[in-house]
Write a new protein. Sequence first.
Length: 335
Amino acid sequence: MVNDVFILAIETSCDDTSVAILKNKKVLSNVVSSQKIHEIYGGVVPELASREHDRLIIPVIKKAIYDADVNLNDIHAIAYTRGPGLLGSLLVGTSFAKSLALSLGLPLIEINHMQAHILSIFIDDNYKQPKFPFIALTVSGGHTQLVLVKSVTDFVELGTTLDDAAGEAFDKSGKLMNLNYPAGPKIDELALKGNFKKFKFSKPKVNGLNFSFSGLKTNFKNFIIKQPTGFVENNLHDLCASLQYTIVSILIDKIIEAKKIHKINDFVVCGGVSANSFLRKKLKDLEHKSNIKTYVPKINYSTDNAAMIGINGYFKFRNSNFGNFSDYSVSKYNM
Ligand code: KG4
Ligand code: ZN
């Protein structure tokens, strides 16, 4: 077994083309090219996303190799996102990873995107890390899940959204306020100057550990369309703060519920929405008010990136869990 493991990781599941190189758990480079082309459409256009990945993958990989200051001959394995994600986007990364691994004679490692979000907390040994078993809240543009994590290879879903994801609630409500896609970061920024108590939006009543965000989206839409011209512009900060407060409260309530049911105190909160500053603040408050300990990846590793694919690749390499060049069943990665 080699002492130091160098992994080249590729992420192309949605609209970020990313390549990272890791030496064990340390990130040597993590290049993310976020596709701007979707902004004006109010959401990701799958056909355009695949074409953009195809255009960007070579410059991104070249920069990742340059930044890491390594040679392709130093690499021990190629890790790539197998799913879940947009099929066309995944195919670009899959084909590229397979060709690269084949040409270099390296093993291939298949990664589940959502598990990678969770394991991003283990990047860099000096970062504050949870103990197993812990519960992960994965909140992104496509997913909102609570997952019991018993080890780096043992994941059990405890609850999921019955309709929209938390990120979609941000993005679709943002679109109603004429904000470009993805609206989440913009709402976060605008909310800083807003009053979260100004408007009250509905919170869903979903038993157990499942989530629902479609009711809130409809409630927000019905509220906005009733208002006179100029209302959104004149109340933008308060609307963003109130909407953000509602989404974050739904997430925090479920963490408290999950702790009660499973008697586990360590929570990892990951996925794009975990970059939200108000959510991060509320998680800190939770630590002070109860004995819930929360762990949130660094901002760079919260939204889609290949470093998280690399850390998962590292664990799989150590467990000799390699992929197959000819297996093509995507279903096992649609977690
Ligand atoms: O994990 P991610 O980068 O991609 C997916 O796998 O979906 O998550 C993207 C989602 C988008 O919905 C985006 O609006 C949201 O994360 N997001 C945020 C923030 N940064 C990204 N939502 C709220 N506040 C943020 N600061
Ligand atoms: Zn993601």
